[in-house]
Structures are given as C-alpha cells and as structure tokens.
Design a protein around this ligand. Structure first.
Ligand code: IPM
Ligand code: MN
Length: 369
C-alpha cells in the first residue's frame, strides 16, 4: 500500500493549534496508516530564534514530500529592515519556488452557518476564487526598490504562460462543477482592472483566448472594485472567478466573510508537481493559545489535500477519506456546540475538532446528535 509523506509546518500564532487539529482529523480517517507526518520549522518565531524564517531544510523537506500542510505564520512587528514581515516568507517563497500557480479558494455557505448577508441560505453561495499565485504584484516581493528612503517601487508582472495556465485551470474547474447556484450555468468570471492598466487588459485578452476553447462555459467579466459589491449583492451569480494574485488575496478575505468568517476558509495551492494546503486566514496572534481559534479552514484544507493526492495518485481511498472529512465537518457545524466564536458560537478549537473526529469514527451520520 502506497504511503504519503506530509511535510508539516505549524508556524506562528494560532498556526500550531489549527494545524494540530487538522492532523488529529487526518489521523482519525480510514487512511491514517497511509500518511506519515514530518515536521519542519518556519515562520517569525523561527526567525527570532535563528535569523531565518524559511530554513533550507524546510525547503528541502517540502520539496521532497508528497504534500505540504501548514497552519499559519507571521508575528506583527517581526520584520526585515525593509519593514515587510518575516514570518510569511515561508508561504510566499514556497509558492514561487515550487511554482504553485493555482490558489484555489472555495467560498461555500455551509449548513449550520449564518451568513452576514441577509436571507442567504446554505446552497445560495457556492463559488471558487482562483487566485493566480506566482505572478502579479506579489511577484515583486523582496525585489522592489526603496531609493534613499524617498521613493519605493514594486512592479506588477504578468506573463502569457502564467495567465494561460490559471485561466485554463479556471475553465477546467468550471467543467467539473455544477454551475452557479443562481441559474445553474457554468460560468468563469474574469475579475480585473482592464479599464485602467495594461497588465489587466492583457490578462483579460488572454482569458478570452483561453475561453475560446471552452464554448460550453459562459465568459463573464467584472472590474475588481465593482466585484467587492457584486459579491455582497449577488453571490449566487458566481461559479468560478479567476484573478491576479493581489486581487485574489483581497477578494478571498471579503468572500470568506460572506460565508461565516475567515476561519472557515480553506485553500489549496497547486502546481504541476506540488501541493500546499493551509487555510486562507493568517496567524491571528491576539487569540493564539486560547483554544478558541476556528480550525475548520485548516481541517477542510487537509481534506482538499487528500482529494488532490487521491486524484494525482489514482488512489480512491484518499478521495473517499476527503469526502468523509467534508461531510464530518458539515455535520459538526450543525451540532449543538459546533460553532466557534467567530461564527457566533461558543465552541473551542479542541471541541469542534473532537466533533469532527467523532463524526469520522461513527461514519459521519451521528456527529450531529
Ligand atoms: C494568504 C495570506 C498570505 C498572502 C500572506 C500570509 C503572505 O494572506 O494566503 O492569503 O498575502 O498571500
Ligand atoms: Mn490573504
């Protein structure tokens, strides 16, 4: 039986708590014996200790692992001399070094969770933000200019190859889904500022070129500023939304708030050869160590990790286990004490993790009892 090595990087703040929750859940699945976990250090705490937030052994371990699981990293104020944060070096550099070009962020209103959007119910909001993850404005990380402390420049870079592959991923994803909740149509929306900048006009042009190969899928467009309103006013219109790196970072936070909270939001960062899984939220140092952080985002990301590994290695056991995690999470959210504080409940990190684990042990059905 094939086994899979998972590189684990706990990180800072709530990172270790939510990461451990996800590992506890993975260890309660029927594929526990097929997984081995190897821990590596990274983050702001590690930077304070040794002066490096992303040591070479962590890079090597992540590169050779079958998949990478991360909590969250970063401590405000622990910065480089240029003022940028050290802790996030790991997550950011890994994207570039392992070419994890597709950042997949599902936005789904799940049962048991109340949306901040009045009248929106489970099933009304179900779309995926596909964030280009290796180019855009963030590709300038560490390479910008600060001249005499009088002038600073970061450049937004996009390439034909980069746009083509993320747009292809978006259309392929739309083919696998069931369309937008509002009208059932398969749709890919290109979110940009093509009205203002050449980089975004080019992004849209290449989006159209790629889209020609997918006549079965509706092409749709929105400027990023208007998108912040559309995601509140008519979320049911969306199925798959593709966008440049920084827009994807910003828009996915806003979107997460419409389906509960940032704590709910899973994310998968996928390239042709590697997969990196962490929730979309940060390290939330103000609530660290109190057992109140919401672990669902990281647990769901761990589920996506099994799904990705299962598809990649043609191993249906992992796909079944991924499905089991998702169902057990949804059952836990509907349980009387299944919501953490950010979702308006009073449950603890360990409490909801135990619910998910119990659901897995019982084959999900009884988790809500
Ligand atoms: C995210 C995070 C990261 C980002 C940070 C931690 C570097 O906010 O994954 O959305 O900005 O991309
Ligand atoms: Mn972000």
């Amino acid at each position: 039986m094939k086994t899979y090595e998972i590189a684990v990087v706990h990180g800072d703040g709530i990172g270790p708590e939510v990461c451990q929750a996800a590992i506890d859940v993975l260890k309660a699945t029927p594929v526990a014996n097929a997984l081995s976990f190897v821990e590596y250090p990274a983050g702001a705490g590690h930077y304070l200790k040794v002066g490096n937030a992303f040591p070479p052994e962590t890079h090597a371990g992540c590169t050779k692992a079958d998949a990478i699981l991360h909590g969250a990293a970063g401590i405000p104020g622990v910065t480089y001399p240029d003022g940028t944060e050290t802790g996030i070096e790991f997550g950011l550099q890994l994207r570039f070094q392992l070419d994890l070009y597709a950042n997949v962020r599902p936005i789904k209103l799940r049962p048991g969770v109340t949306s901040r959007l009045r009248d929106r119910k489970t099933g009304d909001i179900d779309y995926v933000i596909l964030r280009e993850n290796t180019e855009g404005l963030y590709a300038a990380r560490g390479n910008g200019v600060n001249l005499r402390d009088e002038l600073a420049v970061d450049s937004l870079v996009v390439t034909r190859k980069g746009i083509e592959r993320i747009c292809r991923a978006a259309f392929e994803l739309a083919r696998k889904r069931n369309g937008a909740p509002g009208d059932g149509k398969r749709r890919v929306t290109c979110c940009d500022k093509a009205n203002v900048l050449r980089t975004y006009a080019f992004f849209r042009k290449v989006f159209d070129e790629v889209g020609e190969h997918y006549p079965d899928i509706e092409k749709d467009y929105a400027y990023a500023d208007a998108m912040t309103v559309y995601l509140l006013e008519r979320p049911e219109h969306y199925d798959v939304i593709v966008m440049e790196n920084m827009f994807g970072d910003i828009m996915s936070d806003l979107a997460a708030a419409t389906v509960g909270s940032m704590g709910m939001s899973p994310s998968s960062e996928i390239g042709d050869h590697h997969g990196f899984f962490q929730a979309a939220h940060g390290s939330a140092p103000t609530i660290a160590g109190q057992n109140i952080a919401n672990p669902y985002g990281t647990i769901l990301s761990a589920g996506s990790m099994l799904q990705w590994l299962g598809e990649r290695h043609n191993d249906p056991r992992l796909i079944d286990a991924a499905d089991l995690i998702e169902r057990s999470v949804e059952a836990a959210m509907m349980a009387p004490d299944g919501l953490t504080r950010d979702l308006g409940g009073r449950a603890t990190t360990s409490g909801v993790t135990a619910l998910v684990v119990k659901g897995l042990a019982n084959g999900v059905a009884t988790a809500a009892q």
